[in-house]
Design a protein around this ligand. Structure first.
Ligand code: GLY
Length: 310
């Protein structure tokens, strides 16, 4: 069953015209991440590379393509976690870099801290030699159009804030049985400046522990934080539930207790995996034993050879 990589391209209401882009992006990122695992690479290298691919793809709400805050600016959150050591690194409200997930990894590898935020994260990025990119290079026409639409007097605030998310994330188990996770996002549309979401918070946007498994989550960040969704799912797995049942239980708790919707990808140490959503859509892909599994709508599950380039 090992190695295995499961990724998501965010839960939310995915407009029909963007569905195919969302599907093909996760399939292609899964192939790249899985190739690292097949070559004997680490789970951490695989999840960071898969998420980097999605950050570079303007279809998703992470890196280039991030949603805009209330001032029309890009502030991004990202996290990585190593299930062997429980080492973790995160950045929040970071600006002007292409790949927040790589900066999160640098926080884990090069500092004694878990999370750096805003100006401090940017200062650290400069010290590490991470290239600064103009904000405009992270903003797509689509993100700008949606931001303007949300400002219209007839905009529906719930629809505009929760409707079309696209956080990205990955979980993996490598051939040595080490587990890792990574999540990256531009956050929620029209968020207040300085808002920190679930993605940068350990146990909320992601968690990995070699003894239990790993989760990467997507959805309404404030709801995810209130139930510490990723750690809650791993708690259910510690109690003996499968990755799939535990994921559904965690998502059901988030819906019933705080009215939040979202999705997760989950693995256990044996390589059993799940991609679960509550109510909305989520593009996902899983690579295992040379097979690529993928889907977008609830209940959808396609399979194809990992070598099939489509
Ligand atoms: N789950 C992404 C966010 O709310 O920031």
């Amino acid at each position: 069953m090992l190695p295995v990589l499961v990724i998501h391209g965010g839960a939310g209401l995915i407009p029909k015209e963007r569905a195919e882009l969302r599907r093909s992006g996760v399939r292609s990122a899964a192939r790249v991440g899985y190739a690292i695992l097949q070559g004997g690479g680490s789970a951490m290298d695989a999840v960071v590379e898969a998420v980097t691919q999605l950050e570079n793809n303007p279809t998703y709400n992470a890196g280039c393509g991030s949603v805009l805050n209330v001032k029309g600016e890009v502030e991004m959150d990202a996290i990585v976690m190593d299930g062997k050591t429980l080492a973790c690194g995160a950045v929040s409200a970071v600006r002007n870099i292409a790949n927040p997930v790589q900066l999160a990894r640098l926080v884990m590898d090069k500092t004694i801290h878990v999370c750096l935020t805003a100006g401090g994260a940017s200062q650290f990025a400069r010290a590490m030699g991470v290239p600064e990119v103009p904000e405009e290079s992270l903003i797509t026409d689509y993100a700008r159009m949606r931001w303007k639409k949300n400002k219209a007097p007839d905009a529906n605030p719930m629809e505009s804030q929760m409707g079309k998310m696209g956080t990205v994330g990955a979980v993996a188990v490598d051939v040595e049985g080490n587990i890792a996770c990574a999540t990256s996002t531009g956050g929620m549309p029209d968020k207040m400046e300085g808002r920190v979401g679930d993605t940068a918070c350990i146990g909320c946007g992601a968690y990995a522990d070699n003894t239990v498994g790993a989760v990467s989550s997507t959805g309404h960040g404030e709801a995810i934080m209130k139930v510490t969704l990723s750690r809650l799912i791993l708690f259910h797995m510690e109690q003996g539930q499968s990755a799939e049942v535990a994921s559904d239980l965690g998502l059901a708790t988030m819906k019933s207790r705080v009215g939040g919707l979202g999705g997760v990808v989950t693995v256990d140490p044996q390589g059993r995996w799940a991609a679960c959503i509550s109510g909305q859509q989520m593009s996902w892909a899983a690579a295992q034993k040379d097979t690529l599994h993928h889907g977008l709508y609830t209940g959808e599950h396609f399979t194809q050879s990992i070598d099939d380039p489509h």
